[in-house]
Design a protein around this ligand. Structure first.
Ligand code: NAG
Ligand code: NAG
Ligand code: NAG
Ligand code: NAG
Ligand code: NAG
Ligand code: NAG
Ligand code: NAG
Ligand code: NAG
Ligand code: NAG
Ligand code: NAG
Length: 433
């Protein structure tokens, strides 16, 4: 038996449910109108990919790439839809429940309006691969729920706003492939949940902030192709979860911090900078260096590394590519490289290595590419039987050394392409099999 107050309660419940549904429909109409108004500003009105965006009372009614939640627009994904338009007339205040906003891979141009800061529920903002220009508005710092911010591959210029440091929920931040300049804000060190930071190919200058060492969850840090200078902060050695670190093509200088020994699995590290010692006189540092950088695919080319390679070190047996091209290394090629039985590419070209040609390299079973060009290696090369076969060698460049005799061709009978130039005679020889 229902009491009167129970009945009143039920009636009230029904009333509020209806009111809620009505309010939702109303909101949805407003949202539909706002989206269509924005669509009407696109340059190509006959875009078949957005043909389902027609007037209707419901923004959610089967509209292509609009996903609603409780009758309100929650996701808008017009990725890769050949849209030519701007964000200037986007209904920033009419879509308060928008959480996922993807306009990637279109032809959006113009600037990012400061009103972007009104989309305070955004979890994902993806504008990558467009022609958006101007600066990143500081109001972006209001989007405190953002977990993903992709604006890479646009024409943005000016600084990275330090307000991005307020976006503490960020997991992925990609601002690469723009024309951003100024320094990397230290505030990025506040983004503790960040696992992916992509600033590749901008015009960023100044030092790498040591605060980036706070980002313990970082897996991927790509800062290559900027104008970053000063030494690499030793704090980066705290990023023990890092699997990719790109610092190539900057103007980083000074020593390679030994703390980086904690980092594993690094790719394409440190090429084209102005790093100096160590590779160093101290074997201790060198040992760090090798466990550090020479896991797999790692490069330390075109720096200013000097000193001798140590005669004793043990590199991880995973090493496949060893590239110290274009430094100022002296002395011998250390025989301990023999331990790297998976080595495929060895490039020690453009250094100051002396001593004789390292015959023992011929026993490395996977060696495909060997360049010792432009060193001070001396001959004659002593052959001693058929143990040094260079079985897999495909490319050999020994040009510009001090060999006084031609190399015995029997040594390289499996070779596909070869280049040797004897400095004394300038004789050049290519052989193809
Ligand atoms: C769309 O309109 C453009 C001109 O705005 C025209 O060149 C193009 O052929 C049209 N495409 C279709 C499919 O109608
Ligand atoms: C965008 O479209 C491309 C090509 O169709 C696709 O590979 C990519 O996964 C899409 N991205 C998003 C965010 O939908
Ligand atoms: C965004 O919010 C600011 C104030 O927070 C307001 O001045 C502005 O008009 C809003 N923009 C839109 C498009 O609603
Ligand atoms: C960071 O990640 C943790 C674990 O996923 C989560 O509990 C926390 O809320 C996140 N912090 C922020 C500020 O989003
Ligand atoms: C950044 O570039 C703008 C021009 O786009 C220039 O006015 C400004 O001085 C530059 N800032 C720095 C720090 O280089
Ligand atoms: C490193 O990553 C693993 C999983 O990839 C995670 O479990 C661990 O918590 C991370 N460590 C730190 C210090 O964030
Ligand atoms: C981070 O690295 C620096 C320098 O290498 C060190 O002094 C500091 O204690 C480390 N911080 C943490 C939290 O591990
Ligand atoms: C290379 O290092 C030497 C000393 O180690 C220094 O004198 C020289 O200026 C450096 N060159 C460059 C281009 O950094
Ligand atoms: C190689 O150079 C070092 C100094 O860099 C020198 O001590 C050594 O004698 C040289 N070795 C040969 C074989 O010329
Ligand atoms: C070899 O070439 C170099 C530079 O090209 C030149 O200086 C030298 O005189 C040449 N030597 C001979 C023997 O032709």
């Amino acid at each position: 038996m229902m009491t009167v107050s129970n009945k009143i309660f039920l009636l009230l419940l029904q009333f509020f449910t209806l009111l809620y549904l009505f309010a939702n429909t109303f909101a949805s109409t407003e949202e539909a109108t706002a989206l269509l108004k924005w669509k009407s500003t696109f340059k190509k009105q006959n875009n078949s990919l957005l043909a389902s965006w027609k007037p209707s009372s419901d923004a959610c009614g089967g509209r292509y790439r609009v996903i609603c939640f409780n009758g309100r627009v929650n996701r808008l994904n017009i990725n890769n839809s050949r849209v030519i338009g701007t964000l200037h007339d986007f209904p920033f205040s009419s879509l308060p429940f928008l959480e996922y906003f993807k306009l990637s891979m279109n032809n959006f141009y113009g600037t990012i309006p400061p009103d972007i800061g009104n989309l305070t529920n955004l979890i994902c903002l993806d504008l990558h691969a467009n022609q958006i220009s101007g600066t990143i508005p500081s109001q972006i710092g209001s989007l405190v729920k953002l977990q993903i911010l992709h604006i890479f591959d646009n024409h943005l210029n000016g600084p990275i706003p330090e307000e991005i440091g307020y976006l503490r929920s960020l997991i992925k931040l990609s601002l690469g492939e723009n024309f951003l300049n100024g320094s990397i804000p230290a505030s990025l060190g506040n983004l503790y949940n960040l696992s992916f930071l992509y600033l590749y190919l901008n015009q960023l200058s100044g030092p790498i902030p040591s605060e980036l060492g706070n980002l313990k969850n970082l897996n991927y840090l790509e800062l290559s192709n900027n104008h970053l200078s000063s030494p690499i902060p030793s704090e980066l050695g705290n990023l023990t979860n890092l699997s990719d670190l790109g610092l190539s093509n900057n103007q980083l200088s000074g020593p390679i911090p030994s703390e980086l020994r904690n980092l594993k699995n690094l790719n394409d590290l440190l090429s084209n900078n102005q790093l100096s010692s160590p590779i160093p006189s101290s074997i201790g540092n060198l040992r760090n260096l090798y466990t550090l950088f020479l896991d797999d695919n790692n490069l330390i080319e075109h720096n200013n590394l000097s000193g001798t390679l140590p005669t004793t070190f043990s590199i991880g047996s995973a090493l496949r590519i060893f590239n110290l091209h274009g430094n100022k290394l002296e002395g011998k090629i250390p025989r301990s490289l023999e331990n790297c039985q998976l080595l495929e590419v060895l490039d020690l070209g453009d250094n100051l290595l002396n001593n004789t040609f390292p015959m023992w390299l011929g026993t490395l079973p996977e060696l495909r590419v060997l360049s010792l060009r432009s060193n001070k290696l001396q001959g004659p090369i002593r052959t001693s039987g058929s143990v040094y076969m260079f079985l897999e060698l495909q490319i050999l460049d020994l040009s510009c050394n001090d060999f006084s005799k031609n190399l015995p061709m029997s040594l390289f009978q499996h070779l596909k392409a070869m280049r040797t130039i004897d400095k004394k005679t300038n004789a050049s020889r290519y052989e193809f099999h």
